[in-house]
Design a protein around this ligand. Structure first.
Ligand code: AMP
Ligand code: MG
Length: 331
């Protein structure tokens, strides 16, 4: 039976009048898409505005771009100080908060490990014949640690202390929020925004329906009998062991790394989806819960009243676990 997840409160607003317009493009090595109710004449300007937002985020936060702000920070000499652009600072600050709350399961300073395991810009996991040696892992692990970052919050500066920043687990969600904020600012209150699978919706479609999205399955399909979510003033982000991984000798090495161990997770989790008002939070927290594993992650979700769905690989298929806040939204 199809299940639906709906928000606990509906924002009172008149239904939009007009057609649904589609915008799309590529960014951050993936695609983006916006559906919104607006006048067709507004589309070229909105497309340009969204592209500018995404380009700004990439120029600041992409480790895949050699001269982005984050790449220049990562390559800079130890001891150097760096003034941060506003968006970069916001993501850094929020990333550090989630790192602290998750006790380092989520860590924006885990770039050396991400690179070592072949999921960053410096080497390609698919081309590695062997997983890294223990000494290499220990070396990379010793370069990670959110506590090592030195921040001057007054002047919004950060000191390079030998860590490699990686915003890949949070930047897509941030981009979704920035686009949503831009659309609201332009007077568009009815939209669905998606960047690389992370989504946020507001308002309604002209027929009075909310923006329904299907929960993603680990095989990439949208299960016809699966859960549908009404993204009304809500965002959803999903992390999983199936999005990027390589296999050696029957073992799966995925791109979710436990920075405390220096290893790709092997906790049985296939995916974690988090529903939250804010997509940056959903993105960071879905990664954090994925690394924590279902037991610790569920305890964390309960404690923080997070709406989360965990899919665990078991001998006979996938087992689904819902946090109480997620279950409360299911119908
Ligand atoms: P996501 O799909 O949002 O879970 O992000 C996965 C990406 O985040 C990986 O490709 C890495 O670049 C990075 N990453 C991996 N493990 C972590 C971690 N424990 N904390 C923060 N970022 C991570
Ligand atoms: Mg994430």
């Amino acid at each position: 039976m199809r299940r639906v997840l709906v928000p606990l409160a509906i924002a009172p607003a008149p239904l939009p009048i007009g057609g649904v317009q589609h915008l799309q493009g590529v960014t951050m090595g993936t695609t983006w898409m916006v559906k919104l109710v607006t006048n067709a004449r507004a589309i070229p300007e909105l497309q340009a505005g969204i592209e500018l937002i995404l380009d700004t985020i990439v120029r600041q936060m992409s480790t895949w771009l050699a001269h982005s702000d984050v790449s220049r920070f990562n390559d800079a000499p130890i001891g150097s100080w760096h003034s941060l652009p506003g968006e970069f600072y916001q993501v850094l600050d929020f990333g550090l908060r989630i790192a602290a709350e998750s006790d380092g399961a989520f860590d924006i300073t885990a770039g050396a490990l991400v690179n070592l395991w072949g999921f960053g810009p410096t080497r390609d996991a698919a081309e590695e014949s062997q997983p890294p040696a223990p000494a290499e892992i220990e070396q990379a692990r010793s370069c990670c640690g959110w506590r090592r970052l030195v921040i001057d919050r007054h002047d919004r500066r950060v000191q390079q202390t030998g860590v490699q920043l990686d915003f890949s687990a949070i930047a897509k969600g941030f981009a979704v929020d920035q686009i949503a904020r831009y659309l609201a600012h332009r007077g568009c209150g009815h939209y669905l925004v998606e960047v690389g699978g992370e989504l946020r919706g507001a308002g309604f479609k002209p027929d009075g329906q909310p923006w329904w999205v299907a929960l993603e399955n680990p095989d990439g399909s949208m299960d016809a009998s699966g859960t549908l979510i009404a993204l009304h003033e809500l965002a959803i982000a999903t992390s999983g062991d199936y999005r990027r991984y390589f296999e050696r000798e029957g073992l799966r090495y995925c791109h979710s790394i436990d920075p405390r161990l220096g290893l790709p997770i092997r906790n049985g989790l296939a995916s974690v989806s988090v529903v939250h008002r804010n997509c940056m939070a959903a993105d960071a927290l879905s990664t954090a819960l994925t690394v924590m594993g279902v037991e610790q992650g569920m305890a964390f979700a309960k404690q923080c009243d997070l709406a989360a769905r965990f899919l665990v690989r078991e001998a006979h298929g996938l087992a689904e676990h819902h946090s109480p806040a997620f279950a409360a939204m299911l119908q």
